[in-house]
Design a protein around this ligand. Structure first.
Ligand SMILES: Cc1ncc(COP(=O)(O)O)c(C=O)c1O
Length: 410
């Protein structure tokens, strides 16, 4: 432990080493400008701008009205776990028992507990980079070592087997776990069955355990989604993580889950029992009703499809507008609601507002100041050449914001 500045409290080494989200500074500045009444648009959102499906809202109300306000089983209600197992079977072709499902407070908790169940201090965790920032933070908080695997726009930001094997060979330590995220935040990369089969073959050869973060599963625009655990030999070594935040527009309810080999899900359940306990009983019932509605082809199914269709239109719109901006390049995202745009051609040259930028932080700061548009600097995800643009915003806002960015980069 060591003393915190100006305080008698002593913070742990882990607390001191943890860094807040790299998106915070821009976000704070955006909020301050918004509060001052300035005309600013945020393309930084990591969540849908839609309300939760009616089935979820009704489920939440029903839970309160019928007294579902007590502890549930730590791993989630029997009904919800059974319905998630049904979903995995019917939609993904993945056979798991309800006992192999653990319900958590968001996918984030499922990933953290899966890592906690698998990673000892010093263990190596392979993370394709650029990546969602929390993976690396979580691994480090557990004393694990991140083994970054570089991925590239030229490959559609997909993990390539040769890069994976090179990272393992060069790591100087055993690689134990691979985190796979598809569709990806921040790149929107999606994988074909053949892409996944090649990765699965490498995983078998290296005896890795895989955490497959499939939180953006339903938000795919060009090709069907394949769950990694359904690849030959992968079911016994893959923890599938999913949830309700993104495609169900239920971020605030905090509903996620992990499904996988029984020893791992049992360990996750035990860890959950000693930390937060069960996820909210009300939120579980809301998620149950929303998922039932989707599986039964009710309102939930139609609502989710209309949100997906809106995101697809916005993806097409953003790509069209980006194509008109000189000096920016990107790989067209097949899923999620982000475009990861390489703006590095504009570093080091005077921009329209008279500023010279040097990296993703200074470019994002310039866009906010000059164009009134907040984006997320790529450095937060491990690639300083890029900025992340979220299209979880209205078509009007996207159109105005992209035109302003074009002007600022002229
Ligand atoms: C790749 C990825 N995984 C997991 C999560 C966590 O989602 P949840 O809200 O379910 O915790 C996010 C949210 O931003 C994400 O982008």
């Amino acid at each position: 432990m060591s003393a915190a500045k100006g305080s008698p409290v002593r913070l742990s080494r882990a607390a001191q080493a943890a860094v807040p989200s790299g998106t915070l500074a821009i976000d704070e500045e955006y909020r301050a400008r918004k509060a001052r009444g300035e005309d600013v648009i945020s393309l930084g959102a990591g969540q849908p701008d839609f309300p939760s499906p009616e089935a979820a809202l009704a489920g939440g109300r029903e839970a309160i009205d019928t007294g579902r306000t007590r502890y549930t089983d730590v791993a989630g209600t029997e009904e919800l776990r059974a319905t998630i197992a049904r979903k995995l079977k019917e939609e993904n072709g993945l056979a798991v028992t309800p006992q192999q499902v653990v319900v958590t407070a968001g996918a984030k908790q499922a990933i953290e507990l899966a890592l906690r169940a698998l990673v000892d201090p010093g263990d190596g965790v392979l993370v394709p980079v650029p990546a969602w920032p929390s993976y690396g933070q979580m691994v480090r908080l557990l004393g694990g070592t991140v083994i970054p695997v570089p991925i590239h726009a030229a490959d559609g930001w997909k993990l390539k087997v040769d890069a994976l094997l090179k990272a393992i060979a060069g790591a100087g330590r055993r690689a134990d776990v691979l985190i796979l995220n598809q569709p990806s935040n921040p790149t929107g990369a999606t994988y074909t069955v053949d892409d996944l089969a090649r990765i699965a073959e490498a995983v078998r050869g290296e005896e890795l355990t895989v955490i497959s973060d499939e939180i953006y599963e339903r938000l795919v625009y060009d090709a069907p989604f394949t769950s990694f655990a359904t690849l030959p030999g992968m079911r016994g070594r893959t923890i599938t993580v999913n949830g309700f935040s993104k495609a169900f527009a239920m971020t605030g309810w905090r509903m996620g889950y992990a499904a996988g080999p029984a020893p791992v899900t049992a360990a996750i359940g035990t860890l959950l029992g000693h930390t937060s306990g069960n996820a909210s009983s009300v939120a579980q019932h809301a998620a149950l009703r929303a998922l039932e509605s989707v599986l039964d082809g009710g309102e939930g199914a139609a609502t989710l499809e209309s949100m997906r269709a809106a995101f697809k239109d916005r993806r097409d719109l953003v790509c069209r507008l980006l194509d008109a901006i000189p000096g920016v390049t990107y790989a067209r995202p097949g899923g999620a609601f982000y475009v990861f745009v390489d703006v590095s051609a504009h570093y080091g040259r005077p921009l329209a507002g008279g500023r010279v930028t040097h990296d993703s932080l200074s470019l994002a700061a310039y866009l906010l100041e000059d164009a009134g548009v907040a984006v997320v600097p790529g450095r937060a995800f491990g690639d300083d050449r890029c900025i992340r643009i979220s299209f979880a915003a209205s078509a009007e806002d996207l159109t105005v914001a992209l035109k302003r960015i074009a002007k600022a980069l002229a």
